[in-house]
Design a protein around this ligand. Structure first.
Ligand code: ADP
Ligand code: MG
Length: 605
């Protein structure tokens, strides 16, 4: 079996948005579609007489044909019509009817009925196609996530939907488990207890998980399948309608207000106020509403408050079952981007939420990791989101110049300006190093690029070196001659991040063991540069104005110069001695320097 056949993708089949991920060169990533979008809205639409639209295209057509557009189909998968409450049927946004054996069907028009499984399979099929396009290979196997509260029938139905889409389901895993995997919680202590707060588009759940012997077990889960971002949209839409008071709305107008409400909500997660426009809303009438973060928070607070008793229930149940203290709180779902949610949680649960991941990608990344483990693409899960070792370049004298220190979170970017160390240098070799040692030779050489420049005096060239590491751990080194603007690029694939744990440990402990020697060597090297500047300058000054110097000064200078030379020639790199000798020479040449200045002035006269 070749690698192509064995690849497994990870899928987050969400109520509102779905994503697909994979482990690529050791790292879990979420794949983008051809437009660069990583979130596929879980929406399917059937414009009359046309093939179905999926994702954003389907969402856009909702305003035009609301009855033929299906969203949140996940609410219906694997359930029977008798299960449904009247509210669920009424609020679906499309027509739900009982099928021949009591199953649920969506009625698009008088002739067309379609099952929730089939609708889900269209979404899965699109994810599969997006993955195939991104990976440039066929994909037939997947790991799919489902909510922890899904029963066996719902899980089976999800699996059948995947099969309809041409995917073999290698494993179904719980969404909170996937989230915990993505956070790399398997790296925590032997036993740990974590809470996953997932507030998505239409559902909320809180799960408490316990990690034991490398496995996650869901200890308790509580939720509300009718609570999420949509409710926030409704609260804001209601506010707009009150402010605008346009009278009864048509279904199309209602859909427009909901779309604008959602835009306002998402913008207010990062902005303090927004202005929402309704151009040509009615009879060529345009409207505008301003909304501040404070007012927005008042409007949504009652909805957020509804998650509180649910959290308490799950925490209480976990405690009853003897789970340990919850050590970590993970936020999942697009709606946890809202600052008010984070604030409230902090006070309710007395836990600092971990927000180190994209809340809407966490589950998909976890699914990708599980998939990677199954197909052997992740041998040992190392979810490195920091640089394990420092990265830098070799500078004059064989020293390590760190550009990105170890333990920097990725993605990251940093740079520095370098110059030519000697006159008429024609190029600069940029040697990219990794490691913690002071001397270049003790670190690992990752790659090399040469930057040519037009020869000039020492320190006249300017070369900007920039290191950037993307989220996949790929290091790109860009060296630019600032005089010509010419760029030289070196790409180092994942070596920057993907380092064997043992090698990292060895490197770090060696850097500690040799810290004294290394530091001595750095100071020594830097002191030799100083000597290399001083000695010829002193010799030159002596030929110019040496005859004017009192004998004792002359003798002192000769002694000091000799001392520097002797230390330089010695086999022992005595850094403090060389530094002291440099200073003594500097000191001894005070009179000489003054004479030089005088001579320079008299030349001017
Ligand atoms: P699901 O898991 O239910 O498919 P997601 O986790 O993708 O849902 O969350 C979708 C919800 O997140 C939507 O209601 C969307 O409006 C909301 N959302 C996305 N980004 C933001 C944001 N920046 N601020 C507030 N809400 C957001
Ligand atoms: Mg979700």
């Amino acid at each position: 079996m070749n690698e192509n056949e064995s690849i497994i993708i990870g899928i987050d089949l969400g109520t509102t948005n779905s994503l697909v991920g994979v482990v690529d060169s050791g790292f879990p990533i979420v794949l983008a579609d051809q437009n660069g979008d990583r979130l596929l809205p879980s929406c399917v639409s059937w414009p009359a007489g046309q093939p179905p639209l999926i994702g954003n295209e389907a969402l856009r057509s909702r305003i035009l044909s609301p009855g033929r557009t299906v969203t949140s189909i996940k609410r219906f998968i694997g359930r029977t019509f008798a299960d449904l409450s009247e509210d669920e049927i009424r609020e679906a946004g499309f027509t739900v009817v009982p099928g021949t054996v009591g199953e649920i069907e969506v009625q698009l028009d008088s002739e067309t009925r379609i099952s929730p499984e089939k609708i889900s399979s269209l979404i899965l099929q699109r994810l599969k196609e997006n993955a195939e396009a991104a990976l440039e290979m066929p994909v037939t196997r997947a790991v799919i996530t489902v909510p922890a509260y899904f029963n066996n029938t719902q899980r089976e139905a999800t699996k059948r939907a995947a099969e309809l889409a041409g995917l073999t389901v290698e494993r179904i895993i719980n969404e909170p488990t996937a989230a915990a995997l993505a956070y790399g919680l398997d790296k925590l202590d032997e036993e740990s207890t974590v809470a996953v707060y997932d507030l998505g588009g239409g559902t909320f759940d809180l799960s408490i998980l316990q990690m034991k012997d490398g496995f996650f077990e869901v200890i308790s889960t509580a939720g509300d399948t009718r609570l999420g971002g949509d409710d926030l949209d409704r609260a804001i839409a209601q506010h707009f309608i009150e402010v605008l008071s346009p009278g009864p709305l048509s279904p199309e107008e209602e859909a427009t207000v909901m779309v604008r409400a959602r835009e306002a909500k998402e913008a207010l997660s990062s902005e303090e106020s927004v202005i929402i426009r309704f151009p040509f809303f009615r009879e060529n009438e345009s409207y505008e509403v301003a909304l501040t973060r404070a007012r927005f928070e008042e409007l949504i607070a009652p909805v957020i408050e509804r998650t509180r008793p649910i959290c308490q229930r799950a925490f209480a149940e976990a405690a009853n079952k003897g789970a340990g203290r919850v050590q970590k709180l993970i936020l999942v779902g697009g709606s946890t981007r809202i600052p008010l949610v984070r604030e409230k949680l902090k006070t309710w649960l007395d836990l600092e939420p971990d927000v180190s991941q994209h809340p809407d990608e966490t589950v998909a990344l976890g699914a990708a990791i599980q998939a990677g483990m199954l197909c052997g693409r992740v041998r040992q899960i190392i979810l490195v989101d920091v640089t394990p070792l420092s990265l830098g370049i070799e500078t004059f004298g064989g020293l390590m110049n760190v550009i990105i220190p170890r333990n920097t979170t990725i993605p990251t970017k940093a740079g520095e300006l370098f110059t030519n160390a000697v006159d008429n240098q024609e190029s600069m070799a940029i040697r990219v190093l990794q490691g913690e040692r002071e001397l270049a030779k003790d670190n690992w050489l990752l790659g090399e690029v040469t930057v040519p420049f037009s020869p000039g005096p020492r320190s006249s060239a300017r070369v900007g070196v920039q290191f950037s590491i993307d989220r996949n751990g790929i290091l790109e080194v860009l060296a630019r001659d600032t005089a010509t603007g010419e760029d030289h690029v070196l790409e180092i694939r994942n070596a920057a991040i993907n380092v064997d744990d043992e090698a990292v440990e060895r490197m770090v402990s060696e850097s500690i063991d040799y810290a004294f020697e290394d530091m001595n060597e750095r100071i020594w090297t830097e002191a030799t540069f100083k000597s290399a500047e001083l000695l010829p300058a002193v010799a030159e000054a002596l030929t110019l104005v040496g005859s004017l110097l009192p004998d004792e000064d002359r003798a002192a200078i000769d002694r000091a110069s000799m001392n520097v030379r002797q230390i330089l020639e010695g086999t022992e790199h005595n850094a403090p001695a060389l530094k002291a000798a440099n200073s003594a020479l500097d000191e001894a040449t005070q009179t000489l320097a003054a004479l030089l200045v005088e001579a320079a002035f008299s030349d001017l006269d």
